[in-house]
Write a protein of this length. Structure first.
Length: 368
């Protein structure tokens, strides 16, 4: 492994070292293969799905999900350079975002650094994968939850890219869809013409709350869905517990992900571990005794005690800070894979240990 000082110096320069990008992309592709295989193995073990903390209605529908789902898949692995080398904090397998920040932003910044290359274009790779499954229709519905403007921005960006590819697009809520014989329609936009694909930017666990009456249709859909519904399995932060129970090998994923255990096994006062919910989004529930005010931590401890099956504990790592005009900052290198192939990077920095909604977006270029 490259020494910490050298890696930090490379990250400080205009470009990210090509050797590190090659290593991370290789690992991401290997982990993508491992996770997708593990999902298929987990579908055959519905009695273990309770470990994932999914709603009961979703677990029931997973039992009926076809095992030969060929939906396009995008995954983002969040890498951190730590005192122990590269590690990942999680795999975003359900509805990862950051496409504009990982595609157009680096391209704009790259114009000022002629000696650097782009690590890829995740938006184009993802749109190409979506286009590939649109066989019966060129109508595409991009779904997001009403009221979440950041999510709306993500699907708006993808919709524009797909329109450039001569697809007809519409942004909608899951409740706007109409289903006939498990085929999806969006009458408000396309009349009685069927959809060629559904681009889902609504978390699987949210579907159970938003459209309980039609949730089943997403799991039995004849219309391709990107990402497929099986992604809810590996999205759970408790997924490593299920893999351990099934004794799945997953050597790369196990080597790069810090130890993950049931929250009940770790003293709540420990600062060597962080706690988070199974379906934590943008770090919103990541916590420990030294990260929260005393009163808020006491409230969180009660939640962990009363609902332990919804939480996990993960061994903490120490991210190596980089000096910057803003002071010491800690980078996160989010590597995308689309259908198993590395497709680009979503970069973020934060003065805090946890990369959450307060983190700043950065353009990551490859030093050639």
């Amino acid at each position: 492994m490259t020494p910490v000082p050298d890696c930090a110096e490379r990250l400080l320069s205009a470009g990210f070292a090509s050797s590190h990008w090659q290593r991370l992309s290789t690992w991401a592709e290997a982990m993508s293969d491992e996770l997708l295989s593990a999902e298929q193995a987990a579908l055959a073990r519905p009695e273990l799905h309770r470990l994932l903390a999914l709603p009961w209605s979703t677990r029931k529908l997973l039992r009926e999900l076809p095992s030969n789902d060929n939906s396009p898949r995008v995954i983002r692995f969040d890498f951190h350079w730590t005192t122990e080398g590269w590690q990942i904090s999680e795999a975003n397998t359900d509805v990862p975002g950051g496409y504009a920040e990982g595609s157009d932003f680096p391209r704009l910044i790259g114009e000022y650094f002629s000696h650097c290359d782009l690590p890829g274009d995740p938006a184009t790779a993802w749109c190409n994968a979506i286009a590939h499954v649109c066989e019966s229709s060129r109508n595409i519905a991009l779904l997001c939850a009403p009221g979440f403007m950041e999510d709306f921005q993500v699907v708006s960006f993808l919709a524009a890219r797909l329109r450039d590819m001569r697809f007809q697009t519409a942004i909608a809520s899951p409740t706007n869809l109409v289903w006939q014989d498990h085929q999806a329609y969006l009458p408000a936009a396309f009349g009685d013409e069927p959809l060629g694909c559904i681009v889902r930017f609504v978390q699987t666990e949210w579907l159970a709350k938003m459209c309980r009456s039609t949730q089943r249709e997403f799991f039995q859909s004849r219309t391709p869905i990107a990402n497929g519904m099986a992604s809810a399995i590996s999205e759970s932060k408790r997924f490593p517990l299920l893999c351990r129970q099934m004794r799945l090998a997953m050597p790369v994923f196990r080597a790069l992900l810090p130890a993950t255990v049931d929250a009940r096994k770790i003293p709540k006062s420990s600062t060597d571990w962080i706690f988070k919910t199974a379906y934590c989004n943008t770090g919103d529930t990541v916590c420990s005794a030294d990260l929260l005010p005393a009163r808020q931590w006491a409230k969180t401890r009660r939640q962990i005690r009363f609902f332990p099956s919804e939480w996990i504990a993960q061994k903490r790592f120490k991210t190596v800070p980089i000096d910057s005009p803003l002071g010491p900052i800690k980078p996160c290198i989010g590597v995308y894979t689309v259908n198993g192939k590395a497709a680009g990077i979503y970069g973020r920095i934060s003065p805090r240990q946890v990369i959450d909604y307060r983190a700043m977006d950065i353009a990551v270029l490859i030093d050639s």
